[in-house]
Design a protein around this ligand. Structure first.
Ligand SMILES: [Zn+2]
Length: 481
């Protein structure tokens, strides 16, 4: 890699996408990107892990159409207001014949799914209804697009749930935040803080929005999965009603949750990568073990035979490959390190003679020699260790970038350093919007909200850093992607 991640993150990001062949931005529709095998194999794994967790928690998969009629789309007023500027519309077919009704390419699927939910839900027996789909959504973003971080098509999961009571809906939101912790943090090694978004920054149509924010190496924040308490805001206009225990008509309480896999991949490569290139949690690496045979003409056959034997021992449990190309061993080492393969096995004449393997981990500088008989156990133990090491490192980097400020000037200079800045603030309900706008104009910082876990109460003497009124909230400010 030519660029150092910490010093030139933006260039590093562009370089790794090209060198590791993760995406190609040359597709001839603006804002649309081609994702290539080395990223898609990992994203498929991420989908599998996420979907399994959702299914274990009682969500079932479904596939809804990609097109949404305008008449569905306009049913919930603030939703249509929020999303209309970003919608791609399909208006004709064939040789310019107009469709009877304009169709939106789904920017999100509330208005597709809830139309059907109103047919599916009649009584308490139909509740709770917890359905998700995996797929892509389309938004005409006007901000600059970058592969994985933001493009006009992105790949995600959206889970849409209906409950008989508000309490169950609130619990679902909590469960979603736990799912983000279990999967995105524990398994994908991406640390985050969960925030309740301020009133002016919630999802169009939601009562409350909760989102997981993580940081890029340049100190800017990127939003990861958000979960929304929709209340009855959609169930009333979409007429999703049921007969309650008293035999009366009641409207369901709803939530939705949207882990965006392609965007999570942006955080994954950015926060785990280093100056040599990519690094992956063991489970997510497209190739988990690379065998590099090192031979001269006279021992080539023996070395390759031994390499194949080792591959055979491991291939049932792991994604493994022998690099028998004509490149030099040094070139191969660099190449597979750049590609993020977690474990490298080096096999030369000495290894063959002694029934040994030399092992090098992507997360460690040292090499180790072990006996062939111990190989399986070694890999089993180190697979877990590699992921733990990456998570620990990411957590430590993340902790370093939380600052404090008690004035606009201090906030401004703290934001220059990057990361989150904790500040006392008048209020995250709609009254605070004026102060948020001033803060944005003066510092380019966005108010991300109040922390969900371990909520922080301001002290009696704390004043809003903008208007000077008594602070009702401690909020986190950051510059965002
Ligand atoms: Zn204020």
């Amino acid at each position: 890699m030519d660029n150092k991640k910490k010093e030139n993150f933006s260039e590093w990001y562009t370089e790794i996408i090209q060198k590791a062949e993760l995406a190609d931005i040359r597709y001839n529709v603006k804002g649309f990107v081609v994702f290539k095998p080395w990223s898609v194999i990992t994203m498929e794994k991420m989908y599998d892990i996420y979907e399994k967790e959702l299914q274990d928690k009682g969500h079932n998969p479904a596939w809804f159409p990609i097109v949404i009629p305008e008449s569905n789309f306009t049913l919930e007023a603030s939703h249509v207001e929020g999303f209309t500027p970003e919608v791609f519309w399909v208006t004709e077919h064939g040789r310019g014949e107009k469709l009877e009704e304009k169709l939106a390419l789904r920017p999100t699927s509330e208005t597709a799914m809830y139309k059907m939910y109103s047919l599916w839900i009649q009584g308490l027996a139909d509740l709770p209804l917890k359905i998700y789909q995996r797929g892509s959504v389309y938004r005409h973003e006007t901000k600059a697009t970058r592969p994985f971080i933001r493009s006009r098509e992105f790949y995600w999961i959206e889970a849409h749930n209906c409950f008989a009571t508000k309490k169950e809906a609130v619990n679902q939101v909590k469960e979603d935040l736990e799912t983000t912790e279990t999967i995105m943090h524990q398994q994908f090694c991406i640390p985050f803080i969960g925030f309740q978004r301020p009133e002016w920054d919630k999802f169009a149509g939601a009562v409350h929005t909760y989102a997981a924010d993580t940081l890029m190496p340049d100190g800017k924040v990127i939003q990861q999965p958000s979960t929304h308490l929709l209340g009855q805001n959609f169930s009333k206009p979409f007429d999703i009603n049921f007969q309650n225990e008293k035999g009366e008509k009641d409207y369901v309480w709803q939530t939705c949750y949207g882990p965006a896999i392609s965007r999570m991949y942006a955080s994954l490569i950015s926060s785990l990568g280093d100056d040599k290139g990519l690094r992956f949690p063991f489970e997510l690496a497209p190739i988990q073990i690379i065998i590099v045979p090192i031979y001269k003409e006279e021992n080539k056959r023996n070395v390759l035979t031994y390499s194949k034997k080792i591959k055979k021992v491991l291939e049932r449990d792991y994604r493994i490959k022998i690099d028998d190309s004509d490149n030099t061993p040094g070139y191969k080492f660099n190449e597979w390190e750049m590609k993020g393969v977690p474990i490298r096995l080096e096999i030369g004449g000495r290894e063959v003679e002694n029934n040994q393997i030399t092992i090098s981990l992507r997360t460690s500088k040292e090499k180790q020699s072990i006996k062939l008989i111990k190989l399986k156990k070694f890999i089993r133990i180190h697979a877990r260790e590699i992921t733990d090491t990456l998570r620990k490192e990411a957590d430590e980097n993340f902790k370093e970038v939380i600052h404090n400020a008690d004035s606009l000037d201090k906030l401004k200079s703290a934001l220059q350093k990057g990361g989150f800045v904790r500040v006392p603030f008048c209020s995250i309900d709609i009254k605070g919007k004026e102060c948020a706008d001033i803060i944005k104009a003066e510092t380019s910082g966005d108010i991300r909200g109040t922390k969900v876990n371990d909520p922080e109460r301001p002290r009696d003497e704390d004043k809003c850093i903008c208007c000077g009124k008594p602070a009702k909230n401690i909020v986190y400010v950051a510059k965002q992607y």
